[in-house]
Ligand binder design. Structure first.
Ligand SMILES: NC(=O)c1ccc[n+]([C@@H]2O[C@H](COP(=O)([O-])OP(=O)(O)OC[C@H]3O[C@@H](n4cnc5c(N)ncnc54)[C@H](O)[C@@H]3O)[C@@H](O)[C@H]2O)c1
Length: 258
């Protein structure tokens, strides 16, 4: 049995809204592996959930409120992490948002404001979260983002979020190139559909899950745990030669033509 020991390492995770959040299962698995964590939540309301979840971790987590669109809040969050941890090995970006109206209906009707919001929250935010993380990654590090196959294929209803994921995946490659010399790796997991708060906003999400289970080679949906174990691999030295990659965790759905 191979165990992954991340004790002595520190990480920050953005995007815990509740116990179903992908960010939360990643937090749990990194905590179990011994990593000291900072957990960031968007606002006071979601903070209430995080304050209840955090004590269930093995080690005390540093809890930080941060709206990723506010550069001052991002800076303050990392200052807190720097003061408490001294350095950082891992940053997880598990953040996305689009207006509900833009996740259904005609894509051509997406307005300028809806486009801006979706792209800023879901794609742009990786840049400030990375630029403030990198100086703390003094001995190299691993940055991880969450994406979906709608970046390259059409999923009805996914609309503007597909555009955002395409931008996000490009950022992963561009940042991997830029930060490689500092031994900071940047990768993304392209997850199959999972029941979460964000997923519930997507029109046709239930059908998407059903079709994945029917047509994927493994003939089932993935689990939160399967995304978390891949995140653990990417956070650890087991993946030391991997950067700029988009790793599908989708029961193999992405290879199927018909
Ligand atoms: N659930 C799925 O089927 C699925 C599949 C593939 C990829 N993903 C991606 O996984 C990531 C996590 O989503 P999830 O499914 O766990 O849902 P979720 O709703 O639990 O997580 C989304 C998070 O984004 C945060 N967020 C939104 N706007 C923010 C802002 N301005 N500042 C700070 N945080 C903000 C929310 O607070 C929430 O914690 C997203 O990038 C999503 O696109 C999800």
């Amino acid at each position: 049995m191979f165990t992954i020991d991340l004790s002595g390492k520190k990480g920050i995770i953005f995007g815990v809204a509740n116990h179903r959040s992908i960010a939360w299962v990643i937090a749990q698995i990194l905590d179990q592996a011994g990593m000291r964590l900072a957990i960031s939540y968007q606002n006071e309301r979601l903070g209430e959930n995080v304050f209840k979840l955090a004590p269930t971790l093995k080690q005390p987590a540093l809890l930080v409120q941060c709206d990723v669109l506010d550069e001052n809040q991002v800076k303050a969050a990392y200052e807190k992490v720097g003061a408490e941890f001294g350095d950082l090995s891992v940053m997880v970006h598990s953040v996305a948002f689009a207006n509900k109206d833009d996740l259904a209906g005609d894509f051509a009707m997406t307005g300028q404001e809806g486009f801006r919001v979706a792209l800023e929250v879901s794609a742009y935010s990786l840049l400030p979260l990375t630029r403030h993380a990198a100086p703390l990654m003094k001995n190299g590090g691993s940055i991880l983002a969450m994406t979906f196959q709608a970046s390259t294929r059409v999923f009805p209803g996914y609309n503007i979020m597909g555009t955002a994921k395409a931008a996000l995946e490009h950022e992963v490659r561009q940042l991997a190139y830029e930060l490689g010399p500092k031994n900071i790796r940047v990768n993304a997991i392209s997850a199959g559909p999972l029941d979460t708060l964000a997923a519930r906003g997507i029109h046709g999400f239930v059908d998407m899950k059903k079709v994945h289970a029917e047509r994927s080679p493994l003939q089932r949906n993935i689990t939160h745990q399967e995304v978390a174990t891949t995140a653990l691999y990417l956070a650890s030295d087991l993946s030391s030669g991997v950067t700029g990659a988009i790793i599908p965790v989708d029961s193999g759905y992405n290879i199927v033509g018909l």
